[in-house]
Ligand binder design. Structure first.
Ligand code: RRO
Length: 304
């Protein structure tokens, strides 16, 4: 059996598959459920300083090869969210705290709180595609990305991951800025800004208008971003975007990823997601004579 264990910035994972933020992250119980179902680690919902109701319904629409969501960063605020953490930590596997804010100071305050709740690492959401003054509007600027990352690094001792948007002229430039700010790992990619129109009502389907496209349709975009980042920076990469099979995972690993985040697939496969992905990746590795998932990282660059 091929070795699926990986190490991301000191986080030892039993397999490369991590539950992505925003899916099953509302409660400690659902995070624990994903861990018990074979996820090596889980990322919480993105949490801010204050409660936020999110955008009006509908907030999700199915489109060819994926989904568009505009949840609008709904969350109970960091103080309330702490109550969920005890249960999330019970399975004894890494919980990664996702945070969003409008300023470096807000990120640092949230990071300190998350660290106190007992998370193993932080994920800075600099990439939500539809939030005014938050998410991608911050992460599209290299200076802001570096400043926020550095502020969080100065505030906590746990590893800091930065989740990047693909909607930039150069993801390599943003990745370099995050690395210069001290990022311990980069996550690529968040969803892509997208829209669906209701042809009968002649209006956008989603209450907010635009949303973020996820699922199999964005996998080639994610793979290209990971490939470019692998050439640009020397920090571990976590691939995200449309991972649906073990072979998708292998593709991301070859592009340069060390681990993978899985979101949209979980909505379809639920508890079967993680063990099935691990089985498929192990089968792929064995079929090609690869001894470990680790050995695949960056393979596609050998001819560079
Ligand atoms: O909550 C959302 O609408 C959301 C977030 Br925070 C994000 O990072 N990416 C996304 O597609 N949706």
């Amino acid at each position: 059996m091929a070795d699926l264990t990986v190490d991301v910035a000191g986080l030892r994972l039993e397999n490369p598959f991590i539950l992505a933020s925003g899916v099953w992250g509302e409660t400690g119980a659902t995070l624990a459920r994903a861990l018990r179902a074979g996820a090596a680690a889980v990322v919480t919902k993105s949490v801010g300083l204050r409660p936020r109701p999110g955008y009006p319904n509908p907030t999700i629409v199915e489109v060819p090869s994926g989904l568009i969501n505009s949840m609008g960063l709904p969350n109970p605020g960091i103080e309330e969210y702490g109550a969920e953490m005890e249960e999330a930590l019970r399975p004894g596997r890494p919980v990664i705290g996702s945070i969003f804010g409008a300023t470096a100071g807000e990120f640092a305050a949230l990071a300190r709180r998350m660290e106190r709740w007992g998370v193993s690492a932080l994920e800075l959401n600099l990439s939500c595609p539809h939030a005014k003054g938050l998410g991608a509007q911050l992460g599209q600027d290299p200076g802001t990305t570096k400043r926020i990352t550095a502020a969080v690094k100065a505030a906590v001792d746990i590893p800091v991951f930065v989740k990047l948007t693909p909607t930039v002229a150069s993801i390599a430039a943003i990745g370099r800025a995050a690395a210069a700010g001290g990022a311990d790992a980069l996550v690529a990619i968040n969803t892509l800004k997208a829209m669906a129109i209701d042809l009968d009502l002649c209006i956008p389907v989603l209450g907010h208008g635009t949303g973020g496209y996820s699922g199999p349709g964005i996998k080639p975009v994610g793979v290209a971003c990971v490939y470019e980042l692998f050439k640009a920076v020397r920090v571990p990469l976590i691939g995200a975007g449309g991972v649906s099979t073990g072979e998708d995972a292998a593709e991301y690993l070859m592009a340069g990823a060390t681990a993978l985040e899985v979101g949209t697939l979980v909505l379809r496969k639920r508890d079967r997601t993680f063990r099935q992905l691990s089985r498929e990746l192990a089968r792929f590795l064995a079929s090609r004579g690869h001894r470990s998932a680790r050995s695949l990282t960056g393979r596609a660059h050998r001819g560079d």
